[in-house]
Design a protein around this ligand. Structure first.
Ligand code: PLP
Length: 387
């Protein structure tokens, strides 16, 4: 057995990939499985974006690019953020990376080490806790509660800060809950942070365009008083149905951008060139496909929430964003992972146990409604019959 570094045993994983593999194995054995497990849009990348990627390859964009991303792409990001959030962004502070995840890893590697604390949402995207542990830092959960619609409470975040806290990760709209934190709560957090100048924030805003019923996104970039300590993560994966292209970015504080670029040079050199050209087309081209996708998600959201609330032992709050429903299943008397396994093997429906997103996810399941309305209705029917 090779002698691995201790840190490797602290690294977690993302169970959604594991459930996907198990579901695919069952499908290969001839089973009929409806997959509400995976968190990616079921739409195709819009044609004009694909064409821009193909054209870039044909035009000979086959080489390395600047490590932080080609200038035209970083300028397009800055303009897009100006349009959407009314903020001014210097393209030199934008670092383009392969997807949303590398920014998390880089931010945690930059701040995490033994003896320091990093706060993170729980239930939350599993990679946060995983990479915090990997870095040797102590993960401090920000518990998210169903009775607040899974919005975080500014007071409890502020109460958790110690002089060892270096980084706080927040995520709204959120995975796995669909929770959206209201502006009033973000205002309170920002005001309270004045007393804690040693703390940096990583704001994961990858679902910023997936908001329903008139909700407006509030970017942490829109608070000038903390701009020098906000890392804002966003990307193309969810908004433009581009999960497999691997393209994301963060806006870093001026002092941190060169460190992020150095991590990129050490890690992957640059994102592949053609993908970056596709990313420009996505930001500068027509946005109809995005609006159409969000409209379709909203229709499905209404269907899944009302269907789940009819199941015995289930109770589902209204998710304001992203494309997940996170019902409380404690009334079934089963643990989240036991119910996840039974639904996969006996009902033919793949969903993810809330505990895959942290200990505070016990008693919940995550349903991704990035699937057809027909499949959603059939999946809930199967679950009802099984229960
Ligand atoms: N942040 C959140 C909250 C997510 O849910 C995801 C993906 O599911 C990501 C980041 C990562 O996105 P990417 O696939 O672009 O790395």
């Amino acid at each position: 057995m090779p002698h691995l570094a201790q840190s490797m045993f602290r690294l977690g994983t993302e169970t959604a990939f594991d459930v996907l593999a198990r579901a695919n194995r069952l499908i290969a054995e001839g089973r009929d499985i409806i997959n509400l497990g995976i968190g990616q849009p079921d739409f195709k990348t819009p044609d004009h974006i694909v064409e821009a990627g193909v054209k870039a390859l044909r035009d000979g964009h086959h080489g390395y690019t600047p490590a932080n991303g080609i200038p035209a792409l970083r300028e397009a990001v800055a303009e897009d953020l100006g349009r959407r959030h009314g903020v001014e962004v210097n393209p030199d502070h934008v670092v383009v990376v392969p997807g949303g995840k590398p920014t998390m890893f880089f931010a945690v590697l930059m701040f995490g080490e033994p003896g320091v604390e990093v706060m993170y949402p729980n239930p939350g995207f599993p990679i946060y806790e995983s990479v915090i542990r990997f870095s040797g830092a102590t993960p401090v959960p920000i518990a998210l509660a169903e009775d607040r619609g899974f919005a975080f409470s500014a007071d409890s975040v502020l109460a958790g800060i110690t002089d060892r806290t270096r980084l706080i990760i927040i995520n709204s709209p959120a995975n796995p809950t669909g929770g959206v934190t209201p502006k009033s709560e973000i205002d309170r957090l920002v005001a309270g942070l004045e007393a804690h100048p040693h703390v940096t924030l990583l704001s994961d805003e990858i679902y910023s365009q997936m908001l329903y019923e008139g909700r407006q996104h509030v970017s942490l970039l829109s608070y000038p008083e903390i701009r020098d300590r906000v890392i804002m993560l966003d990307g193309w994966s969810k908004t433009y149905a581009m999960t497999g292209w691997r393209l994301g970015y963060a806006v870093w504080p001026e002092a941190l951008a060169p460190h992020a670029t150095r991590l990129a040079i050490n890690d992957h050199s640059c994102v592949n060139a053609a993908t970056q050209y596709a990313g420009i087309a996505a930001l500068t081209g027509p946005q109809d496909a995005v609006h159409e996708m969000v409209r379709a998600f909203n229709e499905r959201r209404k269907v899944i929430v009302s269907e789940l609330n009819r199941l015995p032992g289930f109770r589902c709050v209204d998710p304001g964003g992203a494309f997940y429903a996170f019902p409380n299943i404690s009334g079934t008397g089963l643990s989240a992972s036991a119910l996840q396994d039974r639904l996969l093997h006996e009902a033919g429906v793949a969903v993810i146990a809330g505990t895959s997103f942290g200990a505070f996810g016990e008693g919940f399941l995550r349903f991704s409604y990035a699937n057809s309305t027909e499949n959603i209705i059939e999946a809930v029917r199967r679950i009802g019959a099984h229960l």
